[in-house]
Write a protein that binds this ligand. Structure first.
Ligand code: SAH
Ligand code: SF4
Ligand code: F3S
Length: 484
């Protein structure tokens, strides 16, 4: 009998990737993906702990699921609820205490054991009553000695034309504001041979673009047959895969940008000209307090080196305003850095104190009103830069991989090499192909254009996208940034 699974994904691209792998893990139990929680027998929340708001969303969603579960119980039906991801890792036992609706809690390093947990929960009957002690078998937030990657199933459902592939996980940087080293554990790099095998499988299932993922993707150092392999060498190796048109990678740490990474942007045609390089702040004092391990000038120099190798590269970043002790002068230094670099795109956030991180204990908090004002000023500047950057494309042509359906009929959406979202009227047959698009207008977050040759000649060159469009619709919501 088939059962329905709905996975709601919060947070970063790695969670999107993990959600797809969890669906693969549960397929042998008979779970097929549903389009909504209402249609599902099992709902998994794949959560994000990065900021307080992201974590809070989980508990409000669990409230809704508790009501749904009660309604179903009244009709003699069941609903199983699981919590995965970084909130599961950070607050596992607390979730089981606070939210009796939850049947299983599984941390990011234990996904290969999810099927056993779900099977056990199914056998143990549906809902647990209020006040029932958390069942240890329903909580797995270990960092097992064995790598989950080796134990995850080789079978995967199609991921669509633009797929994610985790090559590195975890973080040893311990930026003083960040939960990731605690929720994802120590840095681990997958062996290049395993990555290549998964890449080949994804291409076989219709992927034309792969985004290599890691919390510190440029700290990648995989054990190859002839010694360690770095990110640049891995990219060169993957670029040779037949059928693969594009490669991307995210997220890089400024302190780990190496010569081979920069050279790949010069030498590997399939590597897209985009670098996401979070800087967080333009003040050396704040950077030191954040434990970022580089100065503002070192960041400037790194960007300059990358631009010398690949002059048209789009540089994007992340920022935090209102870090404890950040003064007006520190914030002005951030604005100055932004003006100097000129970012194609950026995410910016108010500092959110996270339990267990060193910065959360600092007493010199920045007033909420000051945080709000700084965020507004920074975002105004970043949006202005983004708009100017995008306007520079109007009248020109960009190659777009059409990987999503638009909101309007007859519309497809894809990414330019520079990571811009491009909306275009195009026949459905062009889904999954790279087409030249004449750019007609620019917005802060997207471009709109028309097919250069109306796509007619390209229909025949199409690589079959193979099934799983609902899978794509699901990932769309989290593409291109942090939803948490
Ligand atoms: N190095 C990571 C960063 C993940 S978190 C990566 O590879 O993607 C993404 C961004 O969230 C960070 O760059 C930072 O700007 C922001 N962030 C992290 N912790 C935060 C906190 N406590 N408060 C506000 N923003 C935070
Ligand atoms: Fe967090 Fe810093 Fe590691 Fe990025 S590098 S995941 S911000 S600790
Ligand atoms: Fe990603 Fe959020 Fe975890 S950003 S690594 S899901 S805390």
């Amino acid at each position: 009998m088939t059962k329905k699974l709905f996975i709601k994904t919060y947070g970063c691209q790695m969670n999107v990737y993990d959600s797809a792998r969890m669906a693969d893990v549960l397929a042998p139990l008979g779970y097929e993906q549903a389009d909504s929680a209402a249609a599902a027998d099992l709902v998994l929340l794949n959560t994000c702990h990065i900021r307080e708001k992201a974590s809070e969303k989980v508990f409000s969603e669990l409230g809704r699921l508790a009501r749904a579960k009660r309604e179903r119980a009244a009709e003699g039906r069941t609903l199983m609820v699981g919590v995965a991801g970084c909130v599961a890792q950070a607050e596992g036992a607390e979730i089981l205490r606070r939210a009796p609706v939850v049947d299983v809690v599984v941390g990011p390093q234990a996904y290969h054991r999810l099927a056993d947990m779900i099977a056990a929960a199914e056998a143990g009957g549906p809902a647990r009553g209020k006040g029932v002690a958390p069942n240890a078998a329903r909580l797995d937030t270990d960092f097992p000695a064995e790598s989950k990657f080796a134990a995850l199933p080789a079978e995967s459902a199609a991921r669509g034309p633009a797929a994610f592939l985790t090559i590195q996980e975890g973080c040893d940087k311990f930026c003083s504001f960040c939960v990731v080293p605690y929720t994802r554990g120590a840095e681990f790099s997958r062996p290049p041979a395993d990555i290549e095998e998964e890449a080949r499988r994804l291409v076989g299932l219709g992927a034309r673009e792969l985004t290599l993922l890691g919390q510190n993707v440029n700290a990648y150092r995989g054990a190859g047959a002839d010694g360690p392999v770095g990110l640049g060498a891995l990219i060169a190796r993957l670029a040779r895969l037949a059928g693969l048109a594009r490669l991307r990678y995210t997220t890089s740490h400024p302190g780990d940008v190496a010569a081979d990474q920069i050279a790949a942007h010069r030498d590997v045609a399939a590597l897209m000209p985009h670098l996401h390089l979070p800087v967080q702040s333009g003040s050396d004092r704040v950077l030191a307090a954040m434990n970022r391990r580089h100065t503002a000038d070192e960041y400037r120099e790194t960007v300059a080196r990358v631009r010398r190798a690949r002059p048209d590269i789009a540089v994007s970043s992340d920022f935090i305003v209102g870090f404890p002790g950040e003064t007006d002068a520190d914030f002005e230094a951030t604005l100055a850095l932004v003006r100097e670099i000129g970012f194609a795109q950026a995410y910016s956030f108010k500092y959110s104190p996270r339990p267990g991180t060193p910065a959360a204990d600092k007493s010199e908090r920045v007033e909420e009103a000051a945080k709000t004002e700084r965020l507004r000023r920074l975002q105004d500047l970043l949006v202005e830069q983004q708009l100017a950057y995008n306007r520079g494309f109007v009248g020109g042509t960009v190659e777009v991989l059409l990987d999503r359906r638009g909101a309007h009929p007859g519309q497809l959406i894809g990414r330019s090499p520079y990571m811009q979202a491009v909306h275009v009227a195009a026949p459905a047959e062009l889904f999954g192909t790279v087409v030249p698009v004449h750019v007609l207008s620019a917005h802060a977050n997207s471009l709109a254009g028309a097919l250069v040759d109306n796509g007619a000649k390209r229909v025949n060159q199409r690589v079959e996208p193979s099934a799983a469009r609902s899978d794509l619709a699901r990932t769309d919501k989290t593409m291109g940034g942090y939803t948490g």
